[in-house]
Design a protein around this ligand. Sequence first.
Ligand SMILES: NC(=O)c1ccc[n+]([C@@H]2O[C@H](COP(=O)([O-])OP(=O)(O)OC[C@H]3O[C@@H](n4cnc5c(N)ncnc54)[C@H](O)[C@@H]3O)[C@@H](O)[C@H]2O)c1
Length: 326
Amino acid sequence: MLKIGILGVGHLGKFHLNNWKEISGVEVVGFFDPNDENAKLVEATYQIPRYLNAEELIELCDAVDIVAPTNFHHQLCVAAIKRGKHVFVEKPLADTMEEARDLVKLVKESNVKLQVGHVERFNPAFLALQNHKLNPLFMEVHRLAQFNPRGTEVSVILDLMIHDIDIILSIVKSEVKNISASGVAVMTETPDIANVRIEFNNGCVANLTSSRISMKKMRKMRLFQKDAYIGIDFLNKKTEIIKQKTEDDTDEAFTFDLETPNGGKKTVAVANPQIPEVNAIKMELERFRDAIVNNTPTPVDEVAGFRAMDIAHQILAKIKQNSLLA
Ligand SMILES: NC(=O)c1ccc[n+]([C@@H]2O[C@H](COP(=O)([O-])OP(=O)(O)OC[C@H]3O[C@@H](n4cnc5c(N)ncnc54)[C@H](O)[C@@H]3O)[C@@H](O)[C@H]2O)c1
């Protein structure tokens, strides 16, 4: 049995707890959370012991799950890594780039596995594309949410857009060439809405809009590549592929013909790939367990967490630069 300690049992921490309880081969040995109200609720609901000292709990564990506010990620990760304990840490990896860099170095020097909670990698709508070649030249991305004070201690870039940044970096195998960005702080002291253009060396351009002050929710990514349009709806868990039909295509929902300029015709196939029935949080935690048990890399390691943060911070610097010009 892998012994797990949970550090932070607020909103998301309770979801993690529920999932850990359903995952085989692990035992949650306790939790640490300085908030008495949350702690009492968790003790009563889950019958899991509360520790008043994080280090004491960490000593007892093989791995920790850090679901505390981002400004505590670094210190909790360090406390675990220095004791040789594996770490699952929620996104973003850390509060500052200096902290993130330090964590990458510490993990490299140790024998521990670290996974960052970029849970959209396990969204069924994205998993449905696992066997499809993604090679976009242009991406249009919207992540819109209604206002909620939770999470607003960081900008919309580090709160919401970082999910899309991570997904994009996992798809586009090329270095970032240029970033343009603008954002506006409407309800908080940091940008609540932003539009960003990321250009890659291979010519791909990603245009991202994130907002946490919208009337309606939306989490969509549209990929345009040479042979296909691919739509991913992370919110409604739907995926669509529209492409010119080939003989190999058999799984389309329907087809239609388009006339070409030279009087010929092309058959277009519209397919909705099978969406796997998975719980994304449970799956990311299971994959963390598997990486420890099998001594394999975690699916979203510290370098991936660092890269997403690096781009997010470059975006924030551009927004700041633009707002100074305004
Ligand atoms: N992957 C996602 O989609 C996603 C979604 C929401 C939140 N998050 C991340 O999860 C983390 C927690 O977010 P939340 O929404 O659950 O916040 P929350 O405020 O609801 O919960 C945080 C909990 O951590 C506790 N805490 C404070 N200091 C602590 C410390 N030093 N050690 C341990 N616990 C401490 C608080 O008392 C609280 O109970 C944040 O890093 C956030 O960015 C990720």
